[in-house]
Design a protein around this ligand. Sequence first.
Ligand code: 3PY
Length: 253
Amino acid sequence: MRKKIVAGNWKMNKTAAEAFVLATEVAQLVKSEVPADVQVIMATPALYLTGVSQVIEGIDNLAVAAQNCHEKASGAYTGEISAVQLASAAIPYVLIGHSERREYFAESNEQLAAKVDAALANGITPIFCCGESLALREGGEFLAYVADQLTASLFHLSAEEFGKVVIAYEPIWAIGTGLTASAEQAQEMHAHLRVHIAAKYGATVADNCSILYGGSCNAKNAQEIFAGPDVDGGLIGGASLIAADFITIAKSF
Ligand code: 3PY
């Protein structure tokens, strides 16, 4: 059985004091309201990872994620944080390849493959983000394009390594726009990716892979989107900044 996961991507939001309040509220609500079989994750700004880890300590189904890592272990890369460093601070998850990183920081498929390798080599679960632009969707080539993103950055992994990766499908046209893929559009892509994974790694690996939907997923639409048989949860943007909304989403299976 694959894991149900709801991960909040805080992006570059919240002051230190606000982060503490949000993490505390989420921790309380996860403890009292979220079923134990739903893994909840908060991808906080790097600055808050260790502080938030302390706030949520002891809650089995709540964890933190970094929003990025560098592919090299150490060195003269001012401003960067390596997977080695994240692991040394016991950070269990890392987002890799969010479309904002691909677009604003020019992260290529090859670089993302190296980041995935670095995360796995340090025992960190990569949440690998993929998704198409509006132009690609309208051009009709979106299914192949997103499958190719997986091929390019993940398909060098062994089946055992791939089995540790979580996928997050986030259509770029639905990020921060208020537009959401319909439940049918999300399911169509997730099913396509699962078939693509099965063709490379076999049905068992594909069946066990959690594929999350992201892109303006919120407390109102999560239940309908998560009902898709190949949708295993969500990567949540703005709605993860409000504890009550985030928890409503985590209870939407
Ligand atoms: C969004 O929903 O806006 C996201 O980018 C989540 O990562």
